[in-house]
Design a protein around this ligand. Structure first.
Ligand SMILES: *Cc1c(COP(=O)(O)O)cnc(C)c1O
Length: 482
């Protein structure tokens, strides 16, 4: 037989050179990213022109491919870690975790079963325990699992809630969430095969919180009709406004009604590390399950979500299936096979980045960064309140602030204000100097800043507001002309 030369390998020297080039590029990026644009544009046509080709039959020099990627791929993407990336939920990330991801991938560690990777499973247990303590969950009984993100954590939660509360028959099951709940929750519910008629979207009050009386009435009505209320999803930091639902009250309702209490704290949950956040998030420890998203405000790179549960057995009861080919690797119950606690069998080693970054920086540095973010948003609110041009539409909450351009002396109509603020956002994004898009609150177009990047400074904010003002004046001029 001919010797196999198709080994998909580089020589040792080539590997080193290639690796150093990549590390150099990443370090350079981290060092200079604030000088680059946070916004990228590219139509399908432009991207096709850059990249569309048949799969090459023969390869080319690795460095050439890398050079092309650094030049064309890495530059044609928004930078969610940029200090002026204010929209959606930014991804500030941190370098230690980036390298940890490189290690996890470099060693191609399988994080599914104990016997294949005892240290990997142990680090997931340890870091989950850190999180359980941070959120005030029972440390012994509690458990959790790392997922690709918040969406998968929410999916895992609803699947668990259904299994525990409904068993196999969920034909009468009803699930409750507010009109401010994140869309990934509805997606999860639909993916799991619930009909639209089984979903109750409860209106929110004027602070965008779950309207408790409407919820209670709805549950009572469903009971009367012989339906089975089984799960409620609360938000701990809505994406729009950072609002936290009345968690202690919702917990009481769920206890009384025997309803699974899931809290989606994907972006906001991390705030529990700061004194202010802990106060706002009171009651988060009462959840049956809690989604947090370390790739948001725990400063981890993508992808990393997490589901914590009050009782770790609920996960294994939901996700354990025993095929014969996994027979030989079943351990005892203390040696957790994470494939029995969630949807994935083969899983990447996500715990490593959380472990290494927390060991390197310490919890205090995370606390300080999160506290800084919350204070910064409050400082921005004060600044806006002190100005005659800006209106605070919703106060700074968990580092999110909603505002709009609305100079007192002008008396613009709502329609004009919508137009002006939409224009401001459009032009700011077009300038590529800041990522600042609008959202809709109470039918008003408003600007929204999510300030969870610890490297964002007050100057980043004020310079962006100045930029907004130039564009505001530009459209005001156009409006007086026409
Ligand atoms: C971002 C977010 C999600 C979805 O998380 P992904 O990591 O994007 O999948 C869910 N809920 C809330 C409140 C979020 O902010």
């Amino acid at each position: 037989m001919k010797k196999n030369t198709a080994r998909l390998e580089l020589s040792k020297e080539e590997m080193q050179k290639y690796g150093y080039q990549i590390v150099d590029a990443i370090v350079e990026h981290h060092h200079t990213q604030h000088e680059k644009f946070p916004v990228a544009f590219g139509s399908r046509e432009e991207m096709d022109n850059l990249f569309l080709e048949e799969a090459p039959e023969s390869g080319m020099d690795a460095s050439k491919v890398l050079e092309f990627v650094l030049e064309k791929v890495m530059t044609n993407t928004a930078n969610m870690a940029h200090p002026r990336s204010f929209s959606f939920v930014p991804g500030p990330s941190n370098y230690v975790s980036v390298m940890a991801d490189a290690l996890a991938t470099g060693y191609n560690i399988f994080s599914g079963g104990w016997s294949i990777g005892p240290a990997a499973a142990e680090l997931e247990i340890v870091t989950i325990q850190w999180l359980l303590k941070i959120f005030g969950f029972p440390k012994k009984k509690g458990g959790g699992i790392f997922t690709s993100g918040g969406s998968m954590a929410n999916l895992t939660a609803v699947a668990t809630a259904r299994r525990i509360k409904c068993g196999d028959d969920f034909s009468k099951a009803i699930i409750y969430l507010s009109d401010q709940a994140h869309s990934s929750n509805i997606k999860a519910i639909r993916v799991l095969g619930f009909k639209k008629e089984q979903i109750r979207i409860i209106p929110t009050d004027n602070e965008f919180k779950f309207a408790l009386n409407k919820l209670k009435n709805c549950i009572a009505k469903d009971r009367l009709e012989g339906l089975h209320p089984f799960c409620l999803i609360a938000s701990a930091g809505t994406t729009n406004t950072g609002t936290v639902d009345p968690l202690p009250e919702l917990s009481k309702i769920c206890k009384k009604e025997d309803i699974w209490f899931h809290i989606d704290g994907a972006y906001g949950g991390a705030a529990v590390l700061s004194a202010k956040g802990k106060h706002v998030l009171k009651g988060i420890e009462k959840a049956d399950s809690l989604t947090v998203d370390p790739h948001k405000w725990f400063y981890q790179p993508y992808e990393m979500g997490c589901l914590l549960v009050r009782n770790h057995k609920d996960l294994s009861h939901t996700f354990t299936e025993k095929p014969e080919y996994l027979r030989d690797i079943e351990g005892n119950t203390s040696e957790i096979n994470f494939y029995d606690h969630g949807i994935q069998l083969t899983r990447r080693f996500r715990a490593l980045k959380f472990y290494m970054s927390l060991k390197t920086f310490g919890l205090k540095e995370f606390r300080d960064a999160i506290t800084y973010n919350i204070d910064l948003a409050e400082e921005v609110e004060n600044l806006l309140r002190g100005s005659k041009s800006w209106e605070v539409v919703f106060p700074a909450t968990l580092a999110v602030i909603n505002f709009r351009y609305n100079p007192i002396k002008q008396n613009y109509s709502e329609k004009e204000l919508d137009e002006i603020n939409q224009y401001i956002s459009h032009k700011v994004v077009e300038s590529r100097k800041a990522l600042l898009v609008t959202t809709i609150l109470n039918n008003q177009v408003v600007l929204r800043m999510c300030l969870i990047n610890p490297r964002t400074t007050m100057d980043d904010v004020t310079e962006t507001l100045d930029l907004c003002k130039t564009f505001a004046m530009e459209i005001e001029e156009q409006m007086t002309v026409s």
